[in-house]
Design a protein around this ligand. Sequence first.
Ligand code: FNR
Length: 370
Amino acid sequence: MASKPVSIADLEQLALEKLPKSVREYYAGGAEDEITLRENITSLQRYRVVPRYLVDVGQDKLDVRSRPIWGKRQNVPFAVGPSAFHKLAGYDGELDVARAAAKRGISMGLSSSSTSSLEDVIDAGKQAQNQINGNDRERREYDLMDSDWWQQLYVSNVRSDTAEFIKRSEDAGYTALLITVDRPYLGRRLSHLRERFQLPPHLRRATGDKMAQDPSMHWDELIPWLRSVTKMKILVKGILHPEDALLAVKHGLDGVVVSNHGGRQLDAAPASIDALPAIADAIQGRIPIFFDGGVRKGIDVYRALALGADVVLLGRAILWGLAVSGEEGVGLVLDIIAEEFRLVMALAGVTDISHIKRSTLALVNPWQAG
Ligand code: FNR
């Protein structure tokens, strides 16, 4: 591509051209027939936004901050989601992602399978944040809130390892745990099975994480244990059934992440966007709903918010930017999605996140979708 990338699709194309085959397949691939992987995107695309006009959408009227999450409005309603092994994309991996996010006051979830240590990631982010705070803060339209740092992890059957990892995350400044629950066993990712995926020798799991999800863990035992070892916010990541969302509320969790692991676990699990409305109906605003799966555009953020999400996480979109040009590329991803989202709000005649309601969407019948 000779011209400048202006969409995540452009960056994806550039990244796919650039990455070695094994990394390309590791990042892009899903489980089995990749039905869920594809539907995450096609199901989002079935939603149309029905605009309202003659609303004052002057620049000073648009407020793109999130609904309050634990009392704080995020600068934008999207954040970096956790994905493994960023240094496979090259550059400084997770450190570049943290810097790009922090400079924009965008929050980040870090994978426990990171190729940079959890302490280095938050330090890189906070240093970048301080630079911005020191230099340009006064020149900004309004004061940016600092990013939040969330740690994703798998709870292992060696609970002492998990407890130690949680303590390290808490000491380093992470404020929430995203407990991934949809990987009791690894999904069958066919390209990885054909050619067993391995980290190249120059990279390592920098956090020393040995943790695979304990397949025997369950609600009654897990949540009290987690509460006994940390004061951090606790969310479960990978919720698709409204009954599980209700159990999360019943067990006093601080949020759920509606997700199917980017189509990498149970193939033919519903697209995340299709699971979202019933979960939002079950939760009824009692705890925040994070959402991921197939988000590639500002309009996808809008769609997810309209169907009940509070925060939308970016998965592969971040990896594509990182692979193209490190921190700059991740910054471009975040800026493109922010700009697209702001424009969708303005064109839809919506000035505040609280007005992004389900009634502003129309669902195209599947047979009509292209
Ligand atoms: C992931 N995801 C993931 N999730 C998690 O909880 N822990 C992890 O270590 C990883 N690692 C990981 C690696 C790669 C290469 C991908 C693509 C995904 C899942 C991730 O958090 C998120 O659920 C999906 O990526 C969202 O879908 P999209 O945005 O990639 O379509």
